[in-house]
Design a protein around this ligand. Structure first.
Ligand code: ZN
Length: 195
């Protein structure tokens, strides 16, 4: 996580965290420590102490792709704790009554359904943005050029990542990937697509 609480329940961003202070998980209240202090590969982040189990058992993606999306939103919209009936989860982004989940690593459709059900029951719309770079294919024609294929034609390359449950009302899904497209303005260039 990139946001933890200080002793006064203020949200503290990892960039502003200092070694001398104690920070706490916004979900379970357990102390967390600062990790990856000297790493170039992984961003500094907060983590629970080894052996501590957080009541939020949803895994949260910490990839660079994930972060680059999250950082497009104002700080107060990121890693927002959503509570209902004593259950708490951390939305990647909560903006304009919409929870946005950014998903880079594989996730099961059961897990997706669980998160949709929770956020919809809280009265939010849900948007999923999947990192689909090199992960989707078009079994019909091979092309993933949005000018040549229909969105319905696209499949995950790995069957286990396939969505087996339909997305309910109130949930929208976007695929983030790049491909060459058949538009002369972009000849032989890869273009970033949001489908
Ligand atoms: Zn926790």
């Amino acid at each position: 996580m990139f946001i933890a609480c200080d002793e006064n329940q203020n949200r503290i961003f990892i960039e502003k965290a200092v070694d001398q202070k104690q920070y706490f998980c916004p979900i379970c209240g357990e102390p967390v420590s600062i990790r990856a202090k000297n790493s170039l590969a992984i961003r500094r982040h907060f983590a629970h102490h080894p052996g501590t189990e957080c009541i939020d058992d949803w895994t949260h993606d910490m990839s660079e792709w994930h972060l680059s999306w999250q950082e497009k939103f104002p700080e107060e919209c990121r890693e927002v704790v959503v509570k209902k009936d004593g259950v708490k989860h951390r939305a990647d982004v909560l903006v304009n009554n919409t929870v946005i989940e950014f998903q880079h690593s594989p996730i099961t459709s059961e897990e997706i359904a669980k998160r949709n059900a929770f956020y919809l029951s809280c009265g939010y719309q849900v948007v999923w943005v999947f990192d689909a770079e090199d992960k989707i294919c078009n079994p019909r024609g091979g092309s993933i050029d949005p000018m040549k294929c229909r969105e319905d034609d696209l499949c995950w390359k790995k069957a286990k990542e396939q969505f087996v449950q339909p997305f309910p009302r109130g949930v929208n899904v976007f695929l983030d990937y790049s491909t060459e497209i058949s538009d002369p303005r972009f000849s032989a260039q890869k273009v970033r697509i949001m489908l």
